[in-house]
Design a protein around this ligand. Structure first.
Ligand code: SF4
Ligand code: MG
Length: 328
Protein backbone atom coordinates (compact mmCIF):
# COMPACT_ATOMS: atom_id res chain seq x y z
CA UNK A 1 0.00 0.00 0.00
CA UNK A 2 1.31 3.51 -0.76
CA UNK A 3 1.85 5.80 2.25
CA UNK A 4 -1.22 7.77 3.31
CA UNK A 5 1.02 10.81 3.87
CA UNK A 6 4.36 11.82 2.39
CA UNK A 7 6.13 14.99 3.43
CA UNK A 8 9.06 16.03 1.26
CA UNK A 9 11.57 18.74 2.06
CA UNK A 10 9.02 20.89 3.88
CA UNK A 11 10.03 24.43 4.84
CA UNK A 12 7.77 26.69 6.90
CA UNK A 13 8.89 30.25 7.55
CA UNK A 14 7.57 33.08 9.71
CA UNK A 15 8.24 36.41 8.04
CA UNK A 16 8.72 38.73 11.03
CA UNK A 17 10.00 42.29 11.17
CA UNK A 18 13.15 41.01 12.82
CA UNK A 19 13.89 38.44 10.15
CA UNK A 20 12.75 35.14 8.65
CA UNK A 21 12.26 32.43 11.26
CA UNK A 22 12.88 29.02 9.69
CA UNK A 23 10.57 27.09 12.00
CA UNK A 24 10.44 23.94 9.88
CA UNK A 25 13.55 23.57 7.79
CA UNK A 26 13.66 20.67 5.34
CA UNK A 27 11.48 18.05 7.03
CA UNK A 28 10.70 14.78 5.21
CA UNK A 29 8.91 11.62 6.39
CA UNK A 30 6.26 9.13 5.41
CA UNK A 31 3.25 7.78 7.28
CA UNK A 32 1.77 4.40 6.36
CA UNK A 33 -1.89 3.48 6.79
CA UNK A 34 -2.52 2.46 10.40
CA UNK A 35 0.87 3.69 11.58
CA UNK A 36 1.60 5.98 14.53
CA UNK A 37 4.45 8.46 14.11
CA UNK A 38 5.61 10.19 17.27
CA UNK A 39 7.16 13.65 16.94
CA UNK A 40 9.33 14.62 19.90
CA UNK A 41 11.33 17.68 20.86
CA UNK A 42 11.50 20.65 23.21
CA UNK A 43 8.97 23.45 22.85
CA UNK A 44 9.88 25.76 19.98
CA UNK A 45 11.50 23.01 17.88
CA UNK A 46 8.83 23.29 15.17
CA UNK A 47 6.50 20.41 16.15
CA UNK A 48 3.29 22.44 16.25
CA UNK A 49 4.23 24.47 13.17
CA UNK A 50 4.76 21.19 11.30
CA UNK A 51 1.30 20.02 12.42
CA UNK A 52 -0.38 23.26 11.34
CA UNK A 53 1.34 23.03 7.97
CA UNK A 54 -0.06 19.54 7.40
CA UNK A 55 -3.57 21.03 7.71
CA UNK A 56 -2.57 24.13 5.74
CA UNK A 57 -3.31 26.22 8.84
CA UNK A 58 0.02 27.94 9.51
CA UNK A 59 -0.89 31.21 11.27
CA UNK A 60 0.38 34.49 9.75
CA UNK A 61 3.06 35.76 9.36
CA UNK A 62 3.93 32.11 8.67
CA UNK A 63 3.79 30.39 5.32
CA UNK A 64 4.81 27.12 3.69
CA UNK A 65 7.88 28.30 1.77
CA UNK A 66 8.79 25.08 -0.01
CA UNK A 67 8.14 21.37 -0.17
CA UNK A 68 5.39 18.85 -0.75
CA UNK A 69 2.66 17.43 1.48
CA UNK A 70 1.16 14.48 -0.35
CA UNK A 71 -2.02 13.22 1.25
CA UNK A 72 -3.55 10.13 -0.29
CA UNK A 73 -1.67 10.82 -3.55
CA UNK A 74 -2.36 14.56 -3.82
CA UNK A 75 0.03 17.41 -3.04
CA UNK A 76 -1.94 19.92 -0.95
CA UNK A 77 0.74 22.63 -0.83
CA UNK A 78 -0.36 24.35 -4.04
CA UNK A 79 -4.07 23.62 -3.64
CA UNK A 80 -6.55 26.48 -3.36
CA UNK A 81 -7.91 27.20 0.12
CA UNK A 82 -11.42 26.36 -1.13
CA UNK A 83 -10.32 22.92 -2.20
CA UNK A 84 -8.46 22.23 1.04
CA UNK A 85 -11.52 23.32 3.01
CA UNK A 86 -14.00 21.33 0.98
CA UNK A 87 -12.07 18.07 0.57
CA UNK A 88 -8.97 17.78 2.76
CA UNK A 89 -9.06 19.50 6.14
CA UNK A 90 -11.02 17.53 8.80
CA UNK A 91 -12.00 15.02 6.12
CA UNK A 92 -8.68 13.45 5.16
CA UNK A 93 -6.57 14.89 7.97
CA UNK A 94 -7.78 16.29 11.27
CA UNK A 95 -6.16 17.54 14.41
CA UNK A 96 -6.53 17.72 18.14
CA UNK A 97 -5.00 21.11 18.86
CA UNK A 98 -2.81 21.68 21.88
CA UNK A 99 -5.09 22.94 24.68
CA UNK A 100 -8.26 22.44 22.59
CA UNK A 101 -10.16 21.00 25.55
CA UNK A 102 -10.07 24.45 27.12
CA UNK A 103 -11.33 26.08 23.94
CA UNK A 104 -14.68 24.30 23.61
CA UNK A 105 -17.46 26.80 22.97
CA UNK A 106 -19.16 27.35 26.35
CA UNK A 107 -22.57 28.27 24.92
CA UNK A 108 -23.14 25.14 22.82
CA UNK A 109 -24.03 21.66 24.00
CA UNK A 110 -21.52 18.91 23.24
CA UNK A 111 -23.60 17.40 20.45
CA UNK A 112 -24.04 20.76 18.70
CA UNK A 113 -20.27 21.32 18.62
CA UNK A 114 -19.57 17.89 17.15
CA UNK A 115 -22.52 18.11 14.73
CA UNK A 116 -21.51 21.37 13.07
CA UNK A 117 -19.01 19.99 10.53
CA UNK A 118 -21.37 17.13 9.73
CA UNK A 119 -24.10 19.58 8.78
CA UNK A 120 -21.71 21.95 6.96
CA UNK A 121 -19.46 19.42 5.16
CA UNK A 122 -21.66 16.38 4.78
CA UNK A 123 -24.98 18.17 4.36
CA UNK A 124 -26.54 15.99 7.07
CA UNK A 125 -29.89 16.83 8.64
CA UNK A 126 -29.87 17.63 12.37
CA UNK A 127 -31.19 14.17 13.12
CA UNK A 128 -28.57 12.37 10.98
CA UNK A 129 -25.85 14.52 12.55
CA UNK A 130 -27.14 13.72 16.05
CA UNK A 131 -26.94 9.98 15.33
CA UNK A 132 -23.37 10.30 14.04
CA UNK A 133 -22.47 12.33 17.16
CA UNK A 134 -23.70 9.51 19.40
CA UNK A 135 -21.62 7.09 17.33
CA UNK A 136 -18.38 9.07 17.70
CA UNK A 137 -19.02 9.74 21.38
CA UNK A 138 -19.27 6.00 21.83
CA UNK A 139 -15.97 5.53 19.96
CA UNK A 140 -14.28 7.75 22.53
CA UNK A 141 -15.95 6.02 25.46
CA UNK A 142 -18.68 8.57 26.24
CA UNK A 143 -22.42 7.91 26.56
CA UNK A 144 -25.40 9.71 25.06
CA UNK A 145 -25.92 11.66 28.31
CA UNK A 146 -22.78 13.66 27.54
CA UNK A 147 -24.28 14.87 24.24
CA UNK A 148 -26.73 17.17 26.03
CA UNK A 149 -24.19 18.71 28.38
CA UNK A 150 -22.32 22.00 28.19
CA UNK A 151 -18.50 22.02 28.38
CA UNK A 152 -18.50 23.37 31.97
CA UNK A 153 -20.43 20.26 33.05
CA UNK A 154 -17.60 17.94 31.94
CA UNK A 155 -14.41 16.75 33.66
CA UNK A 156 -11.01 17.37 32.05
CA UNK A 157 -10.82 13.82 30.74
CA UNK A 158 -14.36 14.04 29.29
CA UNK A 159 -13.54 17.35 27.58
CA UNK A 160 -10.46 15.82 25.95
CA UNK A 161 -12.59 12.88 24.74
CA UNK A 162 -15.09 15.34 23.25
CA UNK A 163 -12.25 17.09 21.42
CA UNK A 164 -11.10 13.75 20.05
CA UNK A 165 -14.69 12.93 19.01
CA UNK A 166 -14.81 16.23 17.09
CA UNK A 167 -11.65 15.28 15.21
CA UNK A 168 -13.16 11.87 14.34
CA UNK A 169 -16.55 13.13 13.19
CA UNK A 170 -15.77 13.15 9.45
CA UNK A 171 -13.91 9.83 9.63
CA UNK A 172 -10.49 11.11 8.49
CA UNK A 173 -7.77 8.51 7.82
CA UNK A 174 -5.11 10.73 9.44
CA UNK A 175 -5.28 12.26 12.92
CA UNK A 176 -2.74 14.65 14.41
CA UNK A 177 -2.69 14.91 18.19
CA UNK A 178 -0.63 17.84 19.50
CA UNK A 179 0.31 17.30 23.17
CA UNK A 180 -3.07 15.62 23.83
CA UNK A 181 -2.14 14.43 27.32
CA UNK A 182 0.04 17.27 28.53
CA UNK A 183 -2.44 19.16 30.72
CA UNK A 184 -3.96 16.00 32.22
CA UNK A 185 -3.12 14.14 35.42
CA UNK A 186 -1.37 10.77 35.17
CA UNK A 187 -4.44 8.53 35.35
CA UNK A 188 -6.41 10.48 32.74
CA UNK A 189 -3.26 10.70 30.62
CA UNK A 190 -3.06 6.88 30.58
CA UNK A 191 -6.75 6.64 29.66
CA UNK A 192 -6.36 9.03 26.72
CA UNK A 193 -3.28 7.12 25.51
CA UNK A 194 -5.28 3.88 25.64
CA UNK A 195 -8.08 5.51 23.71
CA UNK A 196 -5.66 6.58 20.96
CA UNK A 197 -4.23 3.03 20.86
CA UNK A 198 -7.78 1.75 20.43
CA UNK A 199 -8.47 4.14 17.53
CA UNK A 200 -5.34 2.92 15.81
CA UNK A 201 -6.28 -0.74 16.24
CA UNK A 202 -10.05 -0.57 15.74
CA UNK A 203 -10.24 2.10 13.04
CA UNK A 204 -6.82 1.57 11.48
CA UNK A 205 -6.16 5.30 11.73
CA UNK A 206 -2.79 6.80 10.97
CA UNK A 207 -1.80 9.07 13.84
CA UNK A 208 0.85 11.75 14.27
CA UNK A 209 1.39 12.06 17.99
CA UNK A 210 3.27 15.15 19.11
CA UNK A 211 4.77 15.48 22.56
CA UNK A 212 7.76 16.90 24.38
CA UNK A 213 7.77 13.67 26.41
CA UNK A 214 9.53 10.77 24.70
CA UNK A 215 8.36 8.23 27.26
CA UNK A 216 4.71 9.03 26.49
CA UNK A 217 5.41 8.86 22.75
CA UNK A 218 7.16 5.50 23.08
CA UNK A 219 3.96 4.05 24.61
CA UNK A 220 2.04 4.59 21.40
CA UNK A 221 4.28 5.24 18.41
CA UNK A 222 5.56 2.73 15.85
CA UNK A 223 8.27 5.15 14.79
CA UNK A 224 9.59 8.41 16.13
CA UNK A 225 10.95 11.61 14.61
CA UNK A 226 13.01 13.69 17.04
CA UNK A 227 13.02 17.37 16.05
CA UNK A 228 15.59 19.95 16.98
CA UNK A 229 15.63 23.55 15.74
CA UNK A 230 13.30 22.90 12.80
CA UNK A 231 14.88 19.65 11.61
CA UNK A 232 14.37 15.97 12.21
CA UNK A 233 17.67 14.94 13.80
CA UNK A 234 16.83 11.29 14.49
CA UNK A 235 14.21 9.06 12.89
CA UNK A 236 13.55 5.39 13.41
CA UNK A 237 11.55 2.58 14.99
CA UNK A 238 10.12 3.64 18.33
CA UNK A 239 11.79 0.89 20.31
CA UNK A 240 15.21 1.73 18.82
CA UNK A 241 14.90 5.45 19.49
CA UNK A 242 13.82 4.83 23.07
CA UNK A 243 16.27 2.07 23.97
CA UNK A 244 19.15 2.70 21.61
CA UNK A 245 19.21 6.42 20.72
CA UNK A 246 22.00 7.40 18.33
CA UNK A 247 21.86 11.21 18.42
CA UNK A 248 23.27 13.14 21.40
CA UNK A 249 20.14 15.32 21.47
CA UNK A 250 17.83 12.29 21.71
CA UNK A 251 19.99 10.94 24.53
CA UNK A 252 19.79 14.27 26.34
CA UNK A 253 16.02 14.37 25.84
CA UNK A 254 15.69 10.89 27.32
CA UNK A 255 17.80 11.80 30.33
CA UNK A 256 15.56 14.83 30.88
CA UNK A 257 12.38 12.80 31.42
CA UNK A 258 11.42 10.37 34.13
CA UNK A 259 11.57 6.79 32.84
CA UNK A 260 8.32 4.88 33.27
CA UNK A 261 10.12 1.55 33.47
CA UNK A 262 13.64 0.61 34.34
CA UNK A 263 16.12 2.00 36.84
CA UNK A 264 15.53 5.44 38.29
CA UNK A 265 18.25 7.81 37.23
CA UNK A 266 18.81 11.33 38.32
CA UNK A 267 16.96 13.68 35.94
CA UNK A 268 19.29 15.76 33.86
CA UNK A 269 18.36 18.92 32.07
CA UNK A 270 19.79 20.01 28.76
CA UNK A 271 22.02 23.03 29.34
CA UNK A 272 21.88 25.95 26.93
CA UNK A 273 19.18 27.21 24.58
CA UNK A 274 18.10 26.11 21.12
CA UNK A 275 19.56 28.41 18.44
CA UNK A 276 17.91 31.52 17.07
CA UNK A 277 16.07 30.21 14.00
CA UNK A 278 16.62 33.48 12.15
CA UNK A 279 20.36 32.85 12.22
CA UNK A 280 21.02 29.18 12.92
CA UNK A 281 24.66 28.12 13.37
CA UNK A 282 26.36 26.96 10.16
CA UNK A 283 27.13 23.36 11.14
CA UNK A 284 25.12 21.02 13.36
CA UNK A 285 22.44 23.05 15.11
CA UNK A 286 22.97 21.15 18.33
CA UNK A 287 26.74 21.80 18.37
CA UNK A 288 26.63 24.75 20.83
CA UNK A 289 24.97 22.43 23.41
CA UNK A 290 26.47 19.08 22.47
CA UNK A 291 28.89 17.45 24.92
CA UNK A 292 30.43 15.45 22.06
CA UNK A 293 30.87 18.25 19.52
CA UNK A 294 33.95 18.03 17.30
CA UNK A 295 35.49 20.73 15.04
CA UNK A 296 33.61 19.45 11.97
CA UNK A 297 30.29 19.88 13.82
CA UNK A 298 30.71 23.67 13.97
CA UNK A 299 31.44 23.96 10.24
CA UNK A 300 29.39 21.46 8.28
CA UNK A 301 25.85 20.28 8.73
CA UNK A 302 25.80 16.49 9.01
CA UNK A 303 23.75 14.38 6.56
CA UNK A 304 21.57 11.52 7.78
CA UNK A 305 23.64 8.46 8.61
CA UNK A 306 22.01 5.07 8.56
CA UNK A 307 22.54 3.78 12.10
CA UNK A 308 20.20 0.78 11.92
CA UNK A 309 17.26 -0.67 10.03
CA UNK A 310 15.18 2.33 8.93
CA UNK A 311 17.00 4.28 11.63
CA UNK A 312 18.80 7.54 10.81
CA UNK A 313 20.74 10.08 12.84
CA UNK A 314 21.90 13.50 11.65
CA UNK A 315 25.18 13.43 13.50
CA UNK A 316 28.88 13.35 12.59
CA UNK A 317 29.58 10.71 15.26
CA UNK A 318 28.35 8.19 12.68
CA UNK A 319 30.63 9.36 9.89
CA UNK A 320 31.57 6.46 7.62
CA UNK A 321 28.15 4.80 7.74
CA UNK A 322 25.99 5.02 4.66
CA UNK A 323 24.51 8.51 4.31
CA UNK A 324 21.67 10.37 2.65
CA UNK A 325 20.65 14.03 2.38
CA UNK A 326 16.97 13.58 3.11
CA UNK A 327 14.55 11.10 4.67
CA UNK A 328 12.17 10.92 1.69
FE1 SF4 B 1 27.02 16.63 18.55
FE2 SF4 B 1 28.49 16.87 16.35
FE3 SF4 B 1 26.61 15.03 16.46
FE4 SF4 B 1 25.97 17.60 16.29
S1 SF4 B 1 27.03 16.40 14.75
S2 SF4 B 1 25.07 16.11 17.62
S3 SF4 B 1 27.57 18.52 17.53
S4 SF4 B 1 28.45 15.14 17.73
MG1 MG C 1 3.63 23.11 20.58
Amino acid sequence: MPPILEVRDLHVHYYTLRGVVRAVDGVSFTLEPGEVLGVAGESGCGKSTLAWALLRLVPPPGRIAKGEIIIDGEDIVGMSEDEVRSRIRWQKISMIFQGAMNALNPVYRVWEQIAEPLIVHRGMTKEQAYNRVIEVLEMVGLGEDVAQRYPHELSGGQKQRVVIAMALALDPPILIADEPTTALDTIIQAQILNLLKDLKHKLGMSIIFISHDLSVIAELADKIAVMYAGKIVEYGPSEQIYNNPQHPYTRALLRAIPRLHGPKEKLAYIPGQPPDLRRPPPGCRFAPRCPQAMPVCHEHEPPYFEVGDNHYAMCWLHRGKSERRTLA
